[in-house]
Write a protein that binds this ligand. Structure first.
Ligand code: XUL
Ligand code: CO
Length: 433
């Protein structure tokens, strides 16, 4: 036991009326909604990087957090893991997610980094065995170290491609060892700063081959988790090749991977791509590639990825509605890719940020589930498309253009526009949130 969270109690559900800061108002893990416990619907995960590895810097200033585990060496890395599992216990979160670089010290050589990773993975495995939290996903940090500055799999230097392959292999091995349910690839540096020095076609081809080789290796070792790409349009690169869900789907089709790889959709990334979170979820579900989500919010004035904790349940309810329509998660979950602000120095801030985020999601989820179960919105949607239920309408989809055209003249077809009822549907939403 460390004393980092000393005096902070285990967070329990007390309901919306409580005045206890250290209690859930909406997240009751055992409450059954739509036939399943909320914990099993929401599958919350804590992100190791934001909560335990990030020092609180921004582009204008450095470290603001002083954590007893900051520094180098395995002993501190293990203290970090101890604190992390203490936080998972306090919150009751069933999952966590991590990059290699969040958990192990960087070595002077690849071999040393690998030894450090293997040692910390051993330690995390012991932790998992004696605590509730399990691994939602593992991933490789292929963006922070200067070796990745011009890309990982898309780097002009073949040695960097090789180093990326070795790194992803080691992280996939680690994820498998820890029973991870997914493996995520986020290509922050898989893009360019300027087209003037970039062979876009070659870089894209290398990214495709790299991903194929990851999938081949997954099958070779018998990893049962899902491989997920996390789309993001830009930041840190000016342009990233995994721009949004539609772009990723085209990429997967191009490399024959659309049945092998799914997406991890992040709220803030969807907004940066000019979409809504729910749009990205609905599109991924319709394409059969919905996997998991990174839950957060951006500051809506700053125009960049501020990774804040969600605090607006009405906004998230629409996203959870699409997840429910998609049939919910299978291997995925709700990972808080969110960090406290750099002025939020206290251990309490870390805990209560998650409490608020979990409550926001639970409240959103319950509203979405109630609306879905009432079938109110779905009934209206079905009614809108009801014309397509007729045999004649269905048959039309198999007819050539000229036959459809002829039917307009023969039957004197004269369609009458009908209201889309948007405001009425928005009012219906308000009844549930
Ligand atoms: C960056 C981001 C990453 C990925 C994992 O914007 O979202 O933290 O989730 O590499
Ligand atoms: Co993310």
């Amino acid at each position: 036991m460390t004393d980092f969270f000393k005096n902070i109690p285990t967070i329990k559900y007390e309901g919306p009326g409580t005045s206890n800061e250290f209690a859930f108002r909406h997240y009751n893990p055992d409450e059954v909604v739509m036939g399943k416990r909320m914990e099993d619907h929401l599958r919350f995960a804590v992100a190791y990087w934001h909560s335990f590895a990030w020092p609180g810097g921004d582009p204008f200033g450095g470290q603001t957090f002083e954590r007893p585990w900051f520094g180098d060496g395995m002993a501190l890395a293990k203290m970090k893991a101890d604190v992390a599992f203490e936080m998972f216990d306090i919150l009751g979160t069933p999952f966590y997610a991590f990059h290699d670089a969040d958990a192990r010290p960087e070595g002077a050589t690849f071999a040393e980094s690998l030894r450090n990773l293997e040692e910390i993975v051993e330690y995390l495995a012991e932790k998992q065995a004696s605590h509730k939290a399990k691994l939602l996903w593992g991933t490789a940090n292929l963006f922070s170290h200067r070796r990745w500055m011009s890309g990982a799999a898309t780097n002009p230097d073949p040695e960097v491609y090789a180093y990326a392959a070795a790194t992803v292999k080691s992280c996939l091995d680690a994820t498998m060892k820890l029973g991870g349910q997914n493996y995520v690839l986020w290509g922050g540096r898989e893009g360019y700063e300027t087209l003037l020095n970039t062979d876009l076609a070659q870089e894209r081809a290398h990214a495709g081959r790299f991903l194929q080789s990851v999938v081949e290796y997954k099958h070779k070792i018998g990893f049962q988790g899902a491989i997920l790409i996390e789309p993001k349009p830009q930041e840190p690169s000016k342009h990233q090749y995994d721009y949004d869900v539609a772009t990723v789907y085209g990429f997967l089709k191009d490399f024959g991977l659309e049945k092998e790889v799914q997406v991890n959709i992040e709220q803030g990334h969807a907004i940066l791509a000019g979409h809504s979170f729910e749009h990205e979820i609905a599109l991924a579900a319709s394409l059969g590639i919905f996997g998991s989500i990174d839950m957060n919010r951006n500051d809506y004035q700053s125009g960049w990825d501020t990774d804040q904790f969600p605090n607006n349940h009405a906004e998230k309810a629409v996203a959870f509605y699409e997840i429910i329509r998609a049939g919910g998660y299978t291997k995925g979950g709700t990972n808080f890719d969110a960090k406290i602000r750099r002025q939020s120095l206290d251990p309490e801030d870390l805990i209560l940020a998650h409490v608020g985020g979990m409550d926001t999601c639970a409240r959103a989820f319950k509203a979405a589930a109630a609306l879905f179960e009432a079938d109110a919105l779905e009934a209206k949607r079905r009614e809108r498309y009801a014309g397509w239920q007729s045999a004649e309408a269905k048959a039309m989809l198999n007819q050539p253009l000229e036959a459809v055209a002829a039917s307009v003249l023969a039957q004197n077809i004269n369609p009458q526009p009908r209201s889309g009822r948007q405001e009425r549907l928005e009012n219906l939403w308000n009844d549930y949130i």
